[in-house]
Write a protein that binds this ligand. Structure first.
Ligand code: USQ
Length: 401
C-alpha cells in the first residue's frame, strides 16, 4: 500500500514512516519542520537527539534498504500539497500535520488563531488534493479523545456517534463534543469538515480519536533512527513529561487534585492501530470514527507508576501537586468504548510498567540535555490568562447532560 504521511518529521510521523516501511508499505511524506521551531519557541528541545530529515532517511535506507520519499513543503501551501499527492498517487493519506498542543493554543490570541488556522487549512489542503488527485484514497485523520470532553456525561463515550430518541424517533447523531482547549476544538471543527467532504465528494475517511501516546520507541533501534521526545509544557504529554522529570530528579508535576482520567496508549500500539485502520479502509463516501487507546489511567496512579519505575533504577522521585494551569475537571468518572479497532484485531499491549522502564532507560543517557531545559518542565501557560476570579469556573464551563 502507498501511504502518504503529512507531518512525517513528528513524534508519530517519523515513527509511522519507519513502521509502515518495515511492514512492506511504500511510504512518502511531507513536513516543513514546524514542530522543531514550536518546541524551540517553548525554550526546549527533544530529550532524545534527532537527526535532520536527510540524515534520518539516509540512516533508515542504510539499515533497512528502503528510503521513504520526502517532500519538504508547508502543508498550508495548497498547490504544493496537490502536486505532492499527484506525484505520489497514494492509496492512503495520514494527516499528522496539525499543531498538536493544547497549551500552545491557549497562550494568547495569536497562538489560538494560529493553531486553529493551521489545523483547518492543512486539512482542507489535503482534502482538496485528494478530491483532485487521489479521489479513491483513504484519509486517516488524527482527531483526539479530547474532542468528547471529560466527565461531563455520566455514560460511556461511544465511537463518534450516539443513538438517540427524539420526539419518539430514533436518530444516529454525532456525539456532543465538549473540548477543553482551542487546540481540541480545532480537532472538532476538523472532524465536521472531513465528514462533510466525505458526503460532498465521496471521499473515504477514518477519524482517529486518539488518547495520549507515550514512550520513546516501538522497537530497539540505533540513535540515528530515534523519534523526537518532547517534555516542555506544551509539546510534552503528561506521562512522557513525568518520565523526563523522574530522569533528572525534578518532582512529577500533577496538576491540581490529580485525578484526571485519560485514555493512553504506547507508541507501538498507536502504530499498530494506524496500520489496522489503513489496511481496512472504509467504503467510498464513508466517514467513520475509531477511538484509539489501550487503557484509561488516573494521573495520580500514573505518577506512582513512574515513581516506582524510578525506585527500580535507584532514582529518588517525588510527586508534587501544583496549581492547575488548565480549566478542567480534576476528579471525574470516565469510560469510553474502543471496540472498532479491537474488532479489526487490535490487542492492547497492556505493559505499562515495561513501557515506563524502557522509556526511562532511553532517557537517562540524555539527562544532561533535559536538565539544560529544565525550566520548560514547569507550566507558565494558563487557561484563564491569570488569576482572575471573574472567569467562569470549570463547573460553569462544563456541559450539563
Ligand atoms: N497534566 C498534569 N501534569 C503535567 C502535564 C499534564 O497533571 O505535567 C495533566 C493535564 O492537566 C491533563 C492531562 O494531564 O489533565 C493530560 O495532559 P496532556 O498535556 O498530556 O494531554 P492533552 O493536553 O490532553 O493533549 C495530548 C496531546 C494531544 C492529544 C491529546 C489526546 O498533546 O495532541 O490530542 O493528548 S487526549 O488527551 O486523549 O485528548
Amino acid at each position: 500500500m502507498r501511504v502518504f504521511i503529512a507531518g512525517m518529521d513528528g513524534y508519530l510521523g517519523w515513527s509511522l514512516a519507519k513502521y509502515l516501511a518495515l511492514g512492506g508499505h511504500e511510504v512518502g511524506g511531507a513536513d516543513a519542520f514546524l514542530r522543531r521551531s514550536w518546541v524551540a519557541e517553548m525554550g526546549s528541545d527533544s530529550a532524545i537527539p534527532i537527526l535532520p530529515m536527510p540524515g534520518r532517511l539516509d540512516a533508515f535506507a542504510a539499515r533497512e534498504g528502503v528510503r521513504p520519499r520526502f517532500w519538504e513543503l508547508d502543508l498550508r501551501d495548497s498547490a504544493a500539497v496537490r502536486d505532492a499527492i499527484a506525484a505520489f498517487r497514494p492509496d492512503a493519506v495520514v494527516h499528522l500535520g496539525e499543531c498538536p498542543s493544547a497549551p500552545y493554543s491557549m497562550m494568547d490570541a495569536d497562538h489560538a488563531s494560529f493553531v486553529q488556522a493551521n489545523n483547518l487549512q492543512t486539512t482542507f489542503n489535503l482534502l482538496y488534493a485528494m478530491r483532485d488527485a487521489a479521489p479513491d484514497a483513504h484519509l486517516v485523520k488524527l482527531g483526539t479523545m479530547g474532542e468528547y470532553g471529560y466527565g461531563h456525561v455520566d455514560a460511556p463515550i461511544p465511537e463518534g456517534f450516539v443513538e438517540v430518541t427524539m420526539q419518539g424517533r430514533r436518530a444516529r447523531i454525532p456525539y456532543p463534543r465538549e473540548a477543553g482547549s482551542w487546540y481540541h476544538w480545532s480537532k472538532v471543527h476538523g472532524s465536521y469538515n472531513v465528514s462533510f467532504a466525505c458526503r460532498l465528494w465521496g471521499l473515504r475517511a477514518t477519524d482517529i480519536m486518539q488518547g495520549i501516546v507515550f514512550g520513546s520507541r516501538f522497537r530497539d533501534e540505533d540513535g540515528a533512527l530515534a523519534t523526537r521526545f518532547d517534555f516542555d509544557e506544551a509539546f510534552g504529554t503528561v506521562l512522557n513529561r513525568f518520565c523526563c522529570q523522574a530522569a533528572i530528579g525534578e518532582p512529577l508535576t500533577l496538576y491540581g487534585v490529580g485525578h484526571q482520567k485519560r485514555g493512553f496508549l504506547p507508541l507501538g500500539d498507536s502504530m499498530r492501530c494506524l496500520e489496522l485502520a489503513l489496511t481496512n479502509p472504509p467504503q467510498r463516501g464513508e466517514y467513520r470514527v475509531f477511538n484509539q487507546f489501550a487503557e484509561i489511567y488516573d494521573l495520580t496512579g500514573l505518577a506512582h507508576e513512574v515513581k516506582a519505575a524510578g525506585d527500580r533504577v535507584g532514582l529518588s522521585v517525588t510527586i508534587e501537586h501544583i496549581d492547575n494551569p488548565r480549566a478542567e475537571r480534576e476528579v471525574h468518572g470516565y469510560e469510553a468504548a474502543h471496540d472498532n479497532l479491537i474488532a479489526l484485531g487490535y490487542e492492547p499491549s497492556l505493559d505499562l510498567r515495561g513501557e515506563i522502564d524502557r522509556t526511562l532507560a532511553d532517557l537517562l543517557p540524555h539527562a544532561a540535555r533535559i536538565r539544560r531545559h529544565r525550566d520548560a518542565l514547569y507550566p507558565r501557560v494558563t487557561w484563564r490568562g491569570g488569576a482572575d476570579d471573574t472567569q467562569p469556573s470549570v463547573e460553569a464551563l462544563a456541559f450539563e447532560a
